[in-house]
Design a protein. Structure first.
Ligand SMILES: *Cc1c(COP(=O)(O)O)cnc(C)c1O
Length: 420
């Protein structure tokens, strides 16, 4: 599918005159329409709830949009829990899905009334000790090991991944939790990341539902919810077919009716923790060309760096690039698009065919609405950018200002002699 920016060059120029490049911009209308589609796709399940994975786009303005649809939040750290709290979420609207968890964060989650998702068997004791007993509701994270085959995946080898408990461990965990009076038990698994197929959730659901049935038949323990977690992907590349959330919801319904209903488990609630699918396509990094360099290759230097968008440097991830105003020009030139970091992996694109670019052109880097700003860092003293929300009426608001040098130096306040 052709990838089109959600802003025009003229709109970008207007925004830039107020907030200089680089910045991430998010399309509120796109996020809202997608939220509606997600809600609709799972409306067949009475207890359905999406817990938006905060790490994808940790901004209170975006979290509040999620709240409008009755969604909760999936948090993995103290700061994310605090973001949930200040954004008005509490109790079972918060899922705490963490791993290698610092002990005190269990208490912080518990004070908010969050559902704690236990990643490791040895953490059972820690949770019990930290909270002086188990909460009413507890979730456990499953890792079936081996390989999990779904096309186009980054992570398709659960046997090599650090998350979750083995089958033996999780059954033992449920027996312990059940015997200690935990009322509501949940099952969670995240096996494959960024799946661009409508088959992942239905396949995962079937795996987890079968475990739920086994647990009921062999141990007499009935689960209250199954959390399908994240992993529903987006088409970063123009030739990829976008997922159809309606088909995905239907596929999960089919597995539900075939596996859970006959086993008398028709009250099981379905939860999801999508991040990338919820916001990824509705964000872009807007950056200006400041350096055209010709040596052994052609380089286009922009004013953003991997500090603003780490995915290409970290995973070699593809992000489509549009030169604003040149949307319909032929892609005749081959460029590497780079940032200024003293790291040769600071490239947004390598050998990318693009229209002829001039200094001052504005590049629109697609699909930065998830794991974009949030993966930012400060290497080379590069500062985090602003975040801007484009409203459905095409007006725009600053939802996070750009960092300043003052922010960069704020943590040196222990050196009283520094002239800050
Ligand atoms: C990252 C993460 C998610 C969200 O994953 P996406 O692929 O962005 O949907 C959900 N749950 C957990 C526990 C995660 O770590």
């Amino acid at each position: 599918m052709e990838k089109r920016p959600f802003i025009t060059k003229e709109e970008a120029e207007t925004i830039i005159s107020k907030y200089p490049t680089p910045f991430h911009i998010y399309d509120e209308d796109g996020i809202r329409k997608n939220c509606e589609a997600v809600k609709e796709a799972f409306s067949w399940n009475k207890g359905y709830r999406e817990y938006f994975a905060v790490k994808a786009l940790p901004n209170p303005f975006v979290l509040e949009i999620m709240k409008d649809y009755g969604f909760g939040l999936d948090c993995a750290s103290e700061a994310e829990l605090e973001l949930a709290r200040v954004s008005g979420f509490s109790g079972e609207e918060i899922m705490f899905s963490s791993n290698d968890t610092p002990y005190h964060e269990f208490s912080i989650a518990n004070e908010l009334g969050a559902i704690i998702n236990i990643d490791d068997f040895t953490q059972l004791d820690i949770v019990e000790r930290e909270l002086s007993g188990f909460p009413e509701t507890v979730c456990c994270r499953f890792n079936p090991g081996g390989t999990y085959e779904v096309s186009n995946s980054i992570m398709d080898n659960p046997g090599d991944s650090k998350y979750g408990m083995t089958m033996e461990q999780i059954i033992e965990a449920y027996k312990i939790l059940h015997s200690k009076g935990v009322k509501y038990l949940g099952l969670h698994a995240f096996l494959v990341s960024n799946t661009v197929t409508n088959d992942y959730y239905p396949a995962l659901a079937r795996t987890l539902f079968e475990l739920a049935v086994k647990l009921k038949e062999e141990e007499g323990i009935s689960l209250s919810f199954v959390n399908l977690s994240g992993g529903v992907g987006i088409p970063y590349k123009p030739d990829q077919e976008p997922n159809d959330i309606r088909k995905i919801g239907e596929g999960v319904r089919k597995a539900f009716e075939e596996v859970l209903v006959p086993a008398g488990l028709s009250d099981v609630k379905i939860f999801t923790e999508m991040g990338r699918f919820m916001t990824g396509p509705y964000g872009a990094l807007v950056t200006r060309v400041i350096n055209k360099k010709h040596i052994y290759k052609e380089y286009i230097g922009v004013d953003a760096t991997a500090c603003n968008l780490m995915r290409p440097a970290m995973y070699g991830a593809y992000h489509h690039i549009t030169v604003l105003g040149k949307e319909d020009e032929p892609c005749t030139e081959k460029y590497d698009v780079t940032g200024s970091l003293c790291e040769n992996n600071d490239k947004f694109a390598i050998d990318r065919m693009l229209p002829k670019i001039e200094d001052g052109d504005i590049l629109y880097i697609h699909d930065t609405g998830a794991h974009g700003y949030s993966m930012g860092y400060n290497y080379n003293g590069r500062l985090r950018s602003a975040e801007i929300l484009l409203h459905p009426d095409r007006s725009f608001s600053l939802i996070r200002r750009a960092e300043t040098l003052k922010d960069y130096f704020a943590t040196f306040d222990c050196f009283s002699e520094l002239k800050l």
